[in-house]
Design a protein around this ligand. Sequence first.
Ligand code: GRF
Length: 221
Amino acid sequence: MNTSRQNKQDRDSQNSKAPRLVVLISGSGSNLQQFIDQTAAGKLNAEISAVISNRADAYGLQRAEKAGIETVVLDHTRFIDREAFDDSLAQVINSYQPDLIILAGFMRILSEPFVKQFAGKLLNIHPSLLPKYKGLHTHRRALEDGQKQHGASVHFVIPELDAGEVIMQGIVPVKETDTEETLADRVHQIEHIIYPEAVRLVLEGELETLEKPVKVYLQDA
Ligand code: GRF
């Protein structure tokens, strides 16, 4: 057997054993891009089975297509209510049998039955140092309060919004000259570091041994 064919078979068998991720997005998908890059580079031992968006115009869909990853659009406005949307979403997710479901800028509140069905497998990244600033406009609120530090939290999802166990936090300084945009950019930088790393810890079962949340500070900010 020639080497390249052997290599491909090795890769296929490794891939089939790699944990499967389904990533849910609504927008730009810059966090998704980190998962695409790190799984492709072998830095994160996982494969992205599908990217699901509730918006057809989400730029993240183009990122997924470019990487050859299956995409699904489930437009929430076409469903009669939240439960109907969540039922369909759960069916699509289950069809991929993922090990983890990664919410990466997915701008929908998920119903309690949905969240309970995927308990322990559903991760989110929220742009604040939880439990501070749950909900929206986190950067604006941190600036208004004169916070010296801000950041992002990777957490398990539970029915209560932004309230599940925090696995990892990325901490950035707030500068006097910051606007919402400059602060959001800095938080995005640390998100891109902590989200794949937190997923790696969950997949490799390393969480149990660590004091949580694991804290990561942005260098050279
Ligand atoms: C991030 O700021 C994340 O914290 C929040 O949504 C944003 C998604 O950004 N949940 P992107 O689409 O990954 O660029």
